[in-house]
Design a protein around this ligand. Structure first.
Ligand code: AKB
Length: 311
């Protein structure tokens, strides 16, 4: 029987993934955990510090977990403010998951990677699947190391680990926290609330992005793919759309004509400049039939529609 544990479940992707997995497997089969205290949810909730291996093992045993979606991590901007903490949570947390998954013979693990794996020495346009990985952030360093570790655990212990290099994810349910691509969510809240937004990236900073529904679809499709079809494992390039703050602002103006954007780039500009503008995801399309359905116009209309009553 499938019994799922999600770590970092209260984050931007975790909340959407919980809903999708509840619909697919039933709420009683999806156990959620996060560092926050006493969260009220229809799912069984554990307050879990991912560095607490004893508690993690207790949950895996008591709940008879078979699949883990390991989302607990610090993102790029927060990671640059506290690189040692970023290493500790992202690497030691991941090692705890991998080690216990082997020990308790778990069926499958999902571990997200990120476009942050790239840095120096790449083609920024249409960055290839198997291009050089020289990140310039600690978050990127942990994501590269996570991918390498995943391949090691797959080869040495036949642990079935899968992962996607997530681009910036845009959604209306839960705010992202601590990322460089977060502007692309904040902008919608500010456009609806105040009709203006000061962007922390420059107007022409092009980055790969994706709407949450596509992100969840990619995650579930990869987890369902037959293992024999996969050449890659925890490091899939997955693309949807690429845009700049200026293009996004122009699209928002079609719905909110008074909207004004200004630019005041901060330390996150350097991070964004080290990442690809667009990525080549032909391996994902070939190995597990990935395709996306949200373009910029559909994403913008959906975000504004979802947020207009909430904000
Ligand atoms: C971030 O900006 O740090 C994340 C990511 C691209 O992994 N959204």
């Amino acid at each position: 029987m499938t019994k799922i544990l999600i770590t970092g479940a209260l984050g931007q992707i975790g909340t959407a993934l919980t809903t999708a997995l509840n619909n697919k497997y039933g709420v009683q089969n999806v156990i959620i955990s996060d560092i926050k205290e006493d969260f009220k949810s229809d799912n069984k909730y554990y307050k879990l510090n991912i560095l607490d291996k004893t508690e993690l093992e207790r949950i895996i045993i008591e709940e008879k977990i078979t699949i883990i979606y390991h989302l607990a991590a610090l993102l790029s901007a927060t990671g640059e403010k506290n690189p040692i903490l970023c290493w500790d949570i992202n690497m030691n947390g991941t090692l705890n998951i991998l080690d216990l998954s082997v020990k308790h013979k778990l069926f499958r693990i999902f571990m997200p990677s990120s476009i942050a794996v790239w840095g120096q020495g790449i083609n920024r346009d249409n960055t290839e699947q198997d291009s050089v990985l020289k990140p310039t952030t600690m978050y990127g360093v942990t994501k590269v190391a996570g991918e390498v570790l995943a391949n090691y655990y797959f080869d040495k212990y036949q642990l079935d680990i899968r992962g996607i290099r997530y681009p910036g994810i845009i959604s209306s349910e839960t705010l992202p926290g601590g990322g460089t691509t977060d502007y692309a969510v904040e902008i919608f809240y500010e456009a609806l609330k105040h009709k203006k937004y000061e962007c922390f990236l420059s107007e022409d900073t092009m980055l790969p992005m994706m709407y949450m529904e596509d992100c969840i679809k990619a995650t579930l499709d990869l987890m369902d793919a037959p293992v024999e079809n996969l050449v890659h494992h925890a490091d899939f390039n997955v693309a949807a759309i690429s845009f700049t703050p200026k293009t996004l602002a122009e699209e928002i103006k079609k719905h909110i004509p008074e909207f004004e954007i200004t630019y005041n780039p901060d330390y996150r500009q350097k991070i964004a400049d080290s990442w690809p503008k667009s990525i080549d995801d032909s391996s994902a399309r070939k190995e597990w039939n990935w395709n996306h359905s949200y373009d910029l116009a559909k994403l913008t209309a959906t975000m504004i529609n979802n947020l207009k009553n909430k904000v």
